[in-house]
Design a protein around this ligand. Structure first.
Ligand code: ZN
Length: 339
């Protein structure tokens, strides 16, 4: 079975392969993750780094000290190396000094975790001296070091480099999978998800970047802030809010979707399934809410909330529906909405 903890959209076979290599202790010293730009190479490399160093049985757990340091780019044994933008060339190159630095890093014992993981991004940008320098490390890799190269143009790498790595070739994802992920995990509207999936040519990273760069991200943040704030409001304020929202038809479904994702996450944490939360950038807030409300109340509210989109599609009066919904929000201990 594939662990869902990897939090990777698509590329299931690659996750399965890496997971079973880890489980059987056969992960090679060096991997080359190849595939189109923004198809998910870097995300997979970082998830692998988490899986390698996570101490939990369901690795990568996403919650332990090691996983969280990797997510924040602060793990002392995991290094992501990228081309430095040059003065003349816009693209920049991966230089020999950077490889020498990596070699010094690789020669020291890990500080925190069993392995040092070095991710060398876009290795096609390595200069020839840099590539030749790395070759030495690939020929005699220190035992506690795992190297992960990524490249959109593996055919331009030195054959001697490629032959010393196990290659994982990522393919573009099916459009339906991208569309679904954008709606479910990044809370895009169906329309946006359709458009971005079509434009992405199977590159999930590209679609997410377009989505999260702009307004959509701000809207999502605003909706999640409201989801957190509303249970603390008085009945009068909630009714006013319901009235205002019911007049913004295009805002209605995405708002309900955002709230649903929020309360589902709260319930997941209450049931000890924190690794599966959707809004992973808000785990602290979700943890707080999980302690604040009773799981039974959250479950009852969520059941109501999940019926709402259908009811709105059937032309139920959206103002009445929102009013009823908001008056049934879970209450934190000792709180009354009439206060
Ligand atoms: Zn972990």
């Amino acid at each position: 079975m594939i662990s869902t903890n990897w939090s990777i959209v698509g590329h299931e076979w690659a996750v399965q392969l890496l997971q079973s290599s880890l489980d059987t202790g056969r992960l090679p010293h060096a991997l080359l993750i190849a595939g189109d730009s923004q198809v998910g190479k870097r995300t997979l490399a970082l998830a692998l780094a988490s899986a390698i160093n996570c101490g939990q049985p369901d690795r990568p757990c996403g919650r332990c000290r090691s996983c969280s340091m990797i997510a924040h780019g602060t793990h002392p044994d995991v290094r992501l190396v990228e081309a430095e933008s040059g003065e003349r060339s816009r693209e920049g190159a991966l230089k020999i000094e950077q490889i020498r630095d990596v070699q010094r890093f690789a020669s020291l014992a890990p500080m925190e975790s069993p392995f040092k993981v070095i991710i060398l991004r876009e290795f096609e940008r390595a200069t020839l001296p840099a590539a030749n320098a790395l070759l030495k490390t690939l020929e005699e890799p220190p035992p506690q070091v795992r190297l992960v190269l990524t490249s959109a143009r593996p055919d331009s790498l030195l054959p001697t480099i490629v032959s010393r790595c196990q290659t994982i070739q990522l393919r573009p994802l099916p459009l339906a999978q991208i569309r679904e992920a954008l709606v479910e995990r990044w809370l895009a509207s169906q329309q946006q998800a359709d458009l971005l999936a079509r434009l992405s040519q199977g590159r999930i990273g590209w679609a997410i970047q377009r989505l999260t760069d702009g307004e959509v991200w701000e809207d999502r943040t605003r909706r999640l802030v409201e989801a957190r704030r509303l249970p603390g409001q008085t009945a009068v304020d909630r009714l006013a809010y319901a009235e205002a929202l019911s007049r913004k038809a295009s805002d209605l479904q995405p708002t309900l979707a955002a709230w649903t994702s929020w309360w589902r996450d709260v319930l997941l944490v209450q049931h000890g399934c924190a690794a599966h939360v959707t809004n992973i950038d808000l785990v602290t807030e979700i943890d707080m809410a999980a302690r604040q409300y009773s799981a039974a109340e959250v479950r009852r509210f969520l059941a109501r909330l999940e019926q709402a989109p259908e009811q709105i599609n059937r032309n139920v009066n959206s103002r009445l529906l929102l009013e009823t919904l908001l008056l049934h929000l879970p209450a934190s201990a000792g709180q009354s909405i009439h206060s």
